[in-house]
Design a protein around this ligand. Structure first.
Ligand code: MLT
Length: 394
């Protein structure tokens, strides 16, 4: 008889967003007339950009002809996409990344969950609190609950973590931050890189929301900080940048300068466990970097940022306390009433028919807060702000 992985006992019963979906489905069944507005999971709502759709159609046609059909592709990604990423996301910003340091995947969620396989079971891991739950859960599954250290991100530190006081080996950072929307300044990120170099720690830098940064003074890549290529892995995604949540494409950068031959180990891991992203999807991702593609996705990001701004300004005008929502699609709202964030989730769902995410789902320090996203439609977002402010006007 098999045994099961005992470390799964350490996990909460359901994954945060699965639990929220379950509650929303239950509400829909009991209140079928309700017009529910979903500002919970950070899922995009605009259709894919025309340049992306055109590339997808072309690639599908190629798959239909014997001369252009493709079977298995390179596990790391096709050269055309690696080159486009290298050129547009790095070289044009003065960052030298080689194509063989970029690994295309089917999502940052998988990458940030899988990367911990490269580390010893005794590695000491630091994560923020609140945090994107995947960093925590993937390390719990691997049996590292005793080695997990939480870095509080609270109002007093601007929701940005400070380096740990006790030694750690690996630190997950996310900027613009999910869930709080906080963004590292260049000085703060420089301090983190200096810290990692000093204590020989590895930074896992999740910049899935970098496209939402509109202030050129704020860093979009950790490799803008000199020396980061010796201490940091970076994760990027087409999901929130170009609306690929349903198409699935992302990449991570694992520099060869990192200690421990991490670049070679990650290649070894990916070639064993992953067969690459489909050809049409990689062509679609390539099209994101075309001139029309860049223009079209910039308009989409503006649209979501505008929604986030409407939430932020609407709640502020009603006397509430909110953070984020400026260089981020996420608004971090301090609860306007004294109750747990999970109880507030239920109240907002049943009384306003608005879905958000309870802060406690991201960690203990998230209690007392609630996350709303700018990824809804413009009209639905406005309507949600109206329902919320009518209900909770201070
Ligand atoms: C979120 O809502 O935090 C994100 O959509 C989750 C994800 O990207 O996997």
């Amino acid at each position: 008889m098999f045994t099961t992985n005992p470390f799964y006992q350490e996990l909460s019963e359901n994954y945060l967003f699965a639990e929220i979906a379950r509650k929303v489905d239950a509400c829909r069944r009991t209140e079928p007339e309700a017009k529910i507005i979903r500002l919970g999971i950070g899922d995009v709502t605009l259709p894919l950009a025309p340049a992306v759709i055109a590339a997808l159609h072309r690639a599908v046609d190629e798959m239909a002809a014997a001369e252009t059909f493709r079977g298995y592709g390179p596990e790391q990604g096709y050269d055309f996409l690696l080159e486009a990423i290298r050129e547009h996301d790095y070289l044009r910003r003065g960052i030298a990344i080689a194509a063989d340091e970029i690994f295309v995947s089917d999502g940052s969620k998988c990458d940030v969950a899988n990367i911990q396989e490269l580390f010893g079971s005794n590695c000491r891991i630091a994560i923020c609190d609140p945090v994107y739950p995947v960093y925590r859960d993937s390390n719990l599954m691997a049996g590292r609950s005793a080695q997990l250290q939480y870095l509080p991100c609270v109002e007093a530190n601007g929701f940005l973590p400070e380096p740990p006081r006790t030694p750690v080996d690996v630190i997950y950072l996310c900027s613009p931050n999910n869930p709080t929307g906080a963004v590292f300044s260049r000085e703060q990120l420089t301090e983190w890189v200096a810290y990692a170099r000093r204590v020989r720690a590895l930074l896992l830098f999740d910049s899935a929301y970098e496209a939402y940064i509109r202030d050129p003074a704020l860093p979009r890549s950790i490799y803008e900080i000199p020396g980061a290529e010796e201490v940091a892995i970076e994760f990027r995604s087409f999901s929130k940048t170009a609306g690929f949540t349903g198409l699935r494409c992302a990449y991570c950068v694992v520099p060869r300068a990192l200690p421990g031959r991490l670049n070679a180990l990650w290649r070894r891991r990916q070639t064993t466990k992953f067969n690459g992203v489909s050809y049409p999807v990689q062509r679609a991702a390539e099209a994101v970097y075309s001139e029309p593609g860049q223009r079209q996705i910039a308009a989409q990001i503006d649209y979501y940022l505008n929604n986030a701004r409407e939430i932020r300004t609407g709640l502020l005008a009603a006397g509430m306390t909110v953070f984020g929502g400026e260089h981020s699609p996420y608004v971090w709202w301090k609860l306007p009433v004294a109750m747990s964030s999970m109880a507030f989730f239920d109240q907002l769902l049943h009384e306003c028919h608005v879905v958000g995410t309870p802060g406690s789902g991201f960690g203990d320090c998230g209690e007392g807060y609630f996350r709303l996203t700018g990824f809804g439609s413009c009209d639905a977002t406005r309507e949600a702000v109206k329902r919320i402010t009518d209900r909770y006007l201070q």
